[in-house]
Design a protein around this ligand. Structure first.
Ligand code: PEP
Ligand code: MN
Length: 336
């Protein structure tokens, strides 16, 4: 970390700052230019906040040399992390597709979709039981009953399941869930992230719709700092000025995250676009940009879906898409 000293700072205020920093255990490399004095701090600065330093009279600006996330940082862990969900590997060249309805609606619906997506080659089944809806009057999910139906579909098909959690108090209910999803709206629910850090279960962490990549990685760090290093990141589109799609898929996030972190990176083209016909081209783009997998919404009757029908594929559309996904993954694999 580098601390830039104000031009007119008094010697006393600089000495006070240096004294405090030394007390915190840092070595200080001071360099005096003709107009600017710079202090280089040597030591672990991850617990030192920029704001704390900026509150000193002598400090003009503070610059971090290293990112504040350690465990998620590729520089600390150069090899790709591979997450194993009941034998399905994600990351490090292992590509997985998670598919299923936005919400679990009935036993028939979830079991039928589970059988169909499995036949088409999906590795994991998704389905929401606790739904974060913009309106309190919209369908909120079948809640505990939905989780039971999801676990029945898991038993019927053998597919591991992914479902979203919204509150700490529900963690016990999720004990038989294979991957716990943290949705875009809860990416910075730090109390939830801390509790999920105590589990030994993969967490699918979706990017907040208005969050930077570094903020996403800091949220991953919350989970990892608690001891749970099984974090899968998911780019699901961000808010922009564009209104013709539900969100804007940030394709750049994939190669940028690849550089910043060793964690697997999924893409959700369904929530990114909100439009069925865009799911295929965005899936292709995600694979080309280096994603480790996709999360796709599939419904047996999208016109009657209780949530996100316009972006849901029918099982036969998904089947066709899986063929293209497999060929595209192979093509880009061979290119490397
Ligand atoms: C979902 O995957 O069901 C969901 C609600 O997604 P997001 O949090 O990305 O909106
Ligand atoms: Mn949805």
């Amino acid at each position: 970390m580098i601390v830039i000293i104000k031009r007119n700072a008094t010697t006393q205020s600089i000495e006070e700052l240096k004294g405090d920093l030394r007390k915190k255990g840092f070595d200080i490399h001071e360099s005096q230019g003709t107009t600017t004095t710079i202090l280089g701090l040597v030591g672990d600065t991850s617990n030192l906040s920029e704001d704390q330093l900026l509150s000193y009279d002598a400090v003009e600006a503070v610059k971090r040399i290293r990112e504040p996330y350690k465990l998620a940082n590729r520089s600390v862990h150069p090899k790709d992390t591979i997450i194993d969900v009941c034998g399905r590997k994600i990351g490090g060249g292992n590509f997985q597709v998670i598919a299923g309805p936005c919400s679990i609606e009935t036993k028939e619906q979830i079991t039928e979709v589970a059988r169909d997506v499995k036949k088409s080659g999906a590795g994991l089944l998704r389905g929401g039981a606790f739904k974060p809806r913009t309106s309190p009057y919209s369908f909120q999910g079948l809640q505990e009953n939905g989780l039971e139906l999801l676990l029945e579909a898991k038993k019927a098909t053998g597919l591991p399941v992914v479902t979203e959690i919204m509150r700490v108090g529900h963690i016990d209910l999720f004990r038989d869930v294979d991957v716990i999803q943290v949705g875009t709206r809860n990416m910075q629910n730090f109390e939830l992230l801390k509790e999920l850090g105590k589990l030994d279960k993969p967490i699918l962490l979706k990017r907040g719709m208005a969050n930077t990549l570094d903020e996403l990685l800091m949220s991953a760090e919350y989970i990892m700092a608690g001891g749970n290093e099984n974090v899968i990141l998911c780019e699901r589109g961000i808010r922009t000025f564009e209104t013709s799609t539900r969100n804007t898929l940030d394709i750049s996030a994939i190669p940028m995250l690849r550089k910043k972190t060793h964690l697997p990176i999924l893409v959700d083209p369904s929530h990114a676009s909100g439009i069925r016909h865009m799911v295929e081209p965005l899936s292709m783009a995600a694979i080309a940009a280096g994603a480790d997998g996709l999360m796709i919404e599939v419904h047996n009757n999208p016109a009657k879906a209780l949530c996100d029908g316009p972006q849901s594929l029918t099982p036969s559309m998904f089947d066709e898409l899986m063929e293209k996904i497999n060929r595209t993954v192979e093509f880009f694999h061979d290119l490397q």
